[in-house]
Design a protein around this ligand. Structure first.
Ligand code: GDP
Ligand code: MG
Length: 297
């Protein structure tokens, strides 16, 4: 008897949703960064174990919209919650209930979906802090279970998986049993480059960068990837490239290594940096970069 469940992973930016998704799947699918809002689109991770196929959606964090891109991210969360069977709310040990979590549990209520509460980052909190966090959040929703975890140290993640499996219902599977994600390979390649950009440059440039994959082709067992990195200012371009191209080279090497690990082939990566002003606020450019509003209207 095959069973399935669609499960959204939700919570404030930076609480560890993408880290949890990767830990659940044991693979690197969602990109992780110290900066909030790295994940722009919902990323789906598929886990097939025995009779159960669990489909996890990693959503961008909820936050106040500032630009149209921000607006788009909030819509994605709302949209995702409308189509799932259950949710995992991730919070950080020690944090207080904010309007974000209040808004999310209101949506769980409206959609009539059960939810797990994962208290993350217990590797850097003491037992008292964890207990207080549980107490605060237990008051806002009747969670199916509350699980203290460290997504980064892979502590408690197996319990999340067991509890999440309880949401599965009898159904044909929606994906082949060896599928890991429904994201196209190009999207994964651009997400890997974006992660390296954000990690390597840390706080030097703001979030206004986009990666467009211009070429993605296989040739004699080698993957050729040509990508353009768009930034908003000339000065950012200089920072991304670095002295004598050193920064871009580092980004390229790290991205190539991850791509080779993920795709399992040798990768030739060609990176270019271009300036495109104010792309974040232009609908035309959003569409150009693969962010479409049409699914939500
Ligand atoms: P998201 O915005 O909710 O998807 O958060 P990410 O998964 O991108 O993680 C944000 C930051 O928190 C990254 O620097 C992670 O390495 C870190 N992080 C995630 N899980 C843990 C954890 O269990 N313990 C600690 N100490 N850090 C974590
Ligand atoms: Mg994320």
């Amino acid at each position: 008897m095959k069973r399935t469940a669609f499960i959204a992973i939700v919570g404030r930016p930076n609480v560890g949703k993408s880290t949890l998704l990767n830990a659940l799947l044991g693979e690197k699918i969602a990109i992780i960064s110290k900066k909030p809002q790295t994940t722009r689109n919902s990323i789906t991770g598929i886990l097939t174990r025995g009779e159960d196929q669990l489909v996890f959606m990693d959503t961008p964090g909820m936050h106040r919209p500032r630009t149209r891109l921000g607006d788009y991210m909030v819509k994605t969360v709302t949209h995702t919650l409308g189509g799932v069977d259950a949710a995992i709310l991730v919070v950080e040990a020690g944090c207080k209930v904010s309007p974000v979590e209040e808004g999310l549990v209101r949506r769980f209520d409206e959609a009539g979906i059960p939810a797990l509460l994962a208290i993350n980052k217990i590797d850097r909190a003491n037992a008292g802090t964890v207990a207080e966090t549980i107490e605060r959040f237990a008051q806002i929703y009747d969670f199916a279970s509350v699980i203290p975890i460290s997504a980064q140290k892979n502590d408690g993640v197996d319990i999340v998986l067991d509890e999440a499996s309880k949401f599965a219902y009898e159904s044909e599977w929606f994906f082949p049993d060896d599928a890991l994600t429904d994201q196209p390979d190009r999207r994964i390649a651009s997400e890997i480059i974006r992660e390296k950009l954000l990690r390597t440059l840390d706080n030097e440039i703001p979030h206004g960068t986009a990666v467009v994959i211009e070429d993605f082709s296989e040739e004699e067992g080698r993957l050729n990837v040509r990508a353009e990195i768009f930034c908003e200012k000339e000065s950012h371009k200089g920072i991304i490239i670095g002295k004598g191209g050193s920064q871009l080279k580092l980004i390229g090497t790290r991205a190539r290594e991850d791509m080779e690990a993920f795709f399992g082939v040798r990768v030739y990566l060609d990176l270019w940096v271009k300036v495109k002003k104010n792309w974040r606020d232009s609908e035309v450019n959003l569409a150009n970069f693969g962010f479409s509003q049409k699914d939500f209207e």
